[in-house]
Ligand binder design. Structure first.
Ligand SMILES: Cc1cc2nc3c(=O)[nH]c(=O)nc-3n(C[C@H](O)[C@H](O)[C@H](O)COP(=O)(O)O)c2cc1C
Length: 326
């Protein structure tokens, strides 16, 4: 099952969801290596890019081994969004995604994210200006809107299509729902029936089997996975295995350990050793969730300050499991 967004052909119909604070370059690299079709940055402020914020620019930093890369921007000023899109294109990104789904207060106050689903005229203006400013594929990511009917999403998808947007992602929860309740996959199916551009389904894929179920229930062209990829980047290759009617293999412990170390070292190169180790004190724990002695590992990792100390804790955990020393 291949998948294209505009002129960009992807090997797999799987997409890493943008996750603020998580889908940075080191994380995207391990997800890509684990077989994901398309990785995405976290949301990047259009204003920050236009005003030259170095911190904002760093969010777009990329490397060839994660390509193709989708950069998600947010904002509500059509001119600034277009200028930001040009900056994103010039940075070498392969896709620009526009955030129409973020429901965080600060974003809503600035009329961006899901607030734009209440203002279709402004949404259209943004999409028109951005589409005219750049040539790379353009996508949008949205929620179901401000009520559970999905009418805001169907309307925005139609606008997006009219403006030359190349694909649309739907996370079918309402603006006020946050992450509560269930993602309403029936709305993805309804959108797929209406849309002439590819539809990416998102929400509540916890296991690889769920991805197949979503494709089966909705007919979506690709699936986007967020929370389930945290600590389990292999979910993407497992989805591909299922799509090819292969059985899923459990993740090899040696591969898990190697990936944790890669994530650690890539994070140290990106954030500096001490900052990275502080972050890794919680993040490495994601990778051992549900495994024997994971609480012991999570405790041991709380004090790491250097990559060497971290590697040692990882190795000790591996030895513990390999030798059944518990
Ligand atoms: C910690 C966190 C950060 C997120 N950051 C973003 C973001 O920057 N942009 C965005 O469009 N959605 C963001 N989302 C929403 C996810 O992309 C996704 O739509 C949502 O988690 C549902 O997918 P899932 O059930 O596979 O996690 C975030 C979600 C979480 C949990």
């Amino acid at each position: 099952m291949k998948f294209a967004i505009g002129t960009l052909q992807l090997d797999y119909p799987t997409v890493l969801a943008p996750l603020a604070g998580i889908t940075n370059l080191p994380f995207r690299k391990i997800v890509k290596e684990a077989g994901c079709g398309l990785v995405c940055t976290e949301m990047v402020s259009a204003n920050g890019l236009v005003y030259g914020s170095e911190k904002t620019r760093l969010l777009m930093q990329s490397s060839s081994d994660e390509k193709p890369l989708s950069v998600q921007i947010f904002g509500s000023d059509p001119f600034k969004m277009a200028d930001a899109a040009v900056i994103v294109q010039e940075s070498g990104a392969d896709i620009i995604d526009i955030n129409f789904g973020c429901a965080v207060k600060k974003i809503l106050k600035s009329y961006a994210g899901v607030a734009l689903m209440k203002n279709p005229a402004l949404a259209r203006e943004i999409l028109k200006k951005v589409r005219n400013a750049v040539t790379i594929p353009l996508t949008i990511k949205m929620r179901s809107g401000w009520d559970s009917s999905g009418k805001d999403a169907f309307h925005l998808a139609q606008i997006a299509q009219d403006c030359g947007v190349d694909a649309v992602t739907l996370h079918p929860r309402t603006a006020s729902q946050g992450f509560s309740g269930k993602s309403n996959w029936a709305l993805i199916a309804a959108l797929k029936k209406q849309a002439s551009i590819p539809v990416i389904g998102n929400g509540d894929i916890a296991f690889p089997e769920d991805a197949l179920e979503m494709i089966h229930q909705t007919g979506c062209d690709a699936v986007m996975v967020g929370r389930a990829a945290i600590g389990n980047p292999w979910i993407f290759s497992q989805v591909h295995d299922l799509l090819q009617q292969k059985s899923i293999k459990p993740v090899d412990m040696a591969l898990r350990i190697e990936t944790m170390k890669k994530y650690l070292h890539a994070s140290a190169a990106y954030f500096g050793e001490l900052n990275a180790c502080r972050m890794m004190r919680s993040r490495l724990g994601w990778f051992v969730k549900g495994l024997p002695q994971s609480a012991r590992f999570r405790h041991a990792i709380t004090k790491i300050r250097t990559c060497q100390e971290s590697s040692q804790v990882i190795d000790e955990y591996y030895a513990l499991l390999s030798n059944n020393l518990f």
